[in-house]
Unconditional design. Structure first.
Length: 410
């Protein structure tokens, strides 16, 4: 592949007349000598921070295809330990459709059982009986019986993410500029701002079956270390507040583990668990190859390869000139000097409740339903135009059961 610099050089060379060709060539080579090393240094820095060690190359390739090639209406049936072994790619009901997961479950189980039966048959020393069995046998040429039996119990289905990932890139436009700024402020690599592609596809409403929530998918226990989470406020839901928390958490992980592959894996597996893994196995590559303690399973082992793949695929999609990414919303912030109801604030700033709710996702529904007042000191986001309504501390009337409140812009 030609570099940007080589394209520039060719363009300059053919644009020159013979009279001025030599001076232009000298100038062009001088320009390349000045800019080339800068690009190389930047690439080297990225490679140092986020290396692709040989052990994970196949996994990175696998996830690149999941994010960019396989559709949400396709499932990849594969070995969960060796991601180069793909048994089949089958059509399914688009998993983005309501109820698709339940409908697809028996389809996936049937296909997985089929390949498990083939591998079990081969493990018994039986010859392949069909074209498909011959294909699977070729994958495991020279494999021992124990390896085939292990493979028969290690079949996994991964649903494609192509459409979902592209939607995530579109959504990311609303958040990435500010997240990059936040990570720079913590002296962290900006590439880390792409981690929500793995965690939530940049969906701030994402909620996992284990209770992880928001853009950065913090669990309640970890989130409480960095954010306010209670019966009125859950700051995991605010993309910007949660990004500060993610930066602090990742910075802490890196300070303890001294490696971005380990620090990122710890984001999924847990800091203490990763410290134990490092103590027993040493390097990230050795941990990837051999660590099997506790809950260090498929998700944790693949977390760093997924990040690398997501980073590459997202940056490629961003170059698509037809892509229309969401834009950041400009807001202004007010700090509540005393408790205030959402209805009162809505009336004062001429902002409807739904807009308040959308701009302040950390506040739980009960406050917008009038069941709880917004807390003293809370920094409330309003549309940028709202700042035109007042420039100074303002006393506003509260609901009948509430005392008067004073609000001022920060």
């Amino acid at each position: 592949m030609k570099s940007a610099n080589s394209d520039t050089f060719v363009h300059i060379r053919h644009a020159c007349t013979s009279k001025f060709q030599a001076p232009f060539l000298i100038a062009a080579m001088l320009l390349l000598s000045l800019t080339g090393p800068v690009d190389s240094l930047a690439a080297s820095a990225n490679n140092r921070n986020f290396p692709i060690v040989p052990a994970i190359q196949a996994n990175v390739n696998f996830w690149e295809k999941i994010y960019s090639t396989y559709s949400t209406s396709e499932a990849v049936i594969h070995d969960k330990y060796d991601l180069t072994k793909i048994y089949a790619v089958i059509p399914i009901i688009d998993y983005l459709l309501p109820g698709a997961a339940q409908l697809n479950k028996p389809i996936l189980e049937t296909v997985k059982m089929r390949y498990s039966a083939i591998l079990t048959h081969l493990a018994k020393g039986n010859p392949p009986r069909s074209k498909e069995e011959h294909r699977i046998a070729a994958m495991y040429k020279g494999a021992r019986k124990s390896q085939l039996l292990t493979a028969s119990e290690s079949i996994r289905a991964q649903i494609g993410q192509k459409e979902r990932f592209r939607e995530g890139v579109i959504r990311s436009g609303a958040y990435l500029p500010e997240i990059r700024r936040i990570f720079r402020s913590y002296n962290l690599p900006e590439e880390l701002a792409y981690l929500p592609h793995v965690e939530s596809s940049f969906n701030p409403d994402a909620y996992s079956k284990v209770g992880a929530s928001g853009l950065w998918q913090f669990t309640r226990s970890t989130g409480k270390t960095y954010m306010r989470i209670d019966n009125l406020i859950d700051e995991r839901q605010d993309p910007i507040i949660a990004s500060h928390a993610a930066a602090k958490f990742l910075k802490k992980n890196h300070s303890l583990l001294d490696s971005w592959p380990l620090a990122l894996t710890a984001y999924n597996y847990g800091t203490s668990g990763m410290m134990r893994a490092k103590k027993s196995h040493g390097s990230y590559e050795k941990i990837f190859r051999g660590y099997q303690e506790g809950y260090f399973k498929f998700a944790s082992r693949n977390f760093y390869p997924e990040f690398l793949a997501a980073l590459k695929v997202a940056q490629k999609i961003e170059q698509d000139p037809s892509l229309r990414r969401h834009k950041p919303i400009t807001t202004t912030t007010v700090r509540l000097k005393n408790h205030a109801s959402a209805i009162t604030i809505s009336r004062n700033y001429k902002v409807n409740i739904n807009t308040l709710k959308a701009l302040n996702p950390a506040i739980k529904a009960s406050a917008f339903q009038g069941k709880q007042r917004l807390p003293r000191g809370y920094q409330l986001k309003l549309p940028a135009t709202a700042q035109n309504h007042t420039k100074r501390p303002l006393t506003i009337k509260a609901n009948q059961n509430l005392m008067k409140n004073r609000i001022y812009l920060q």
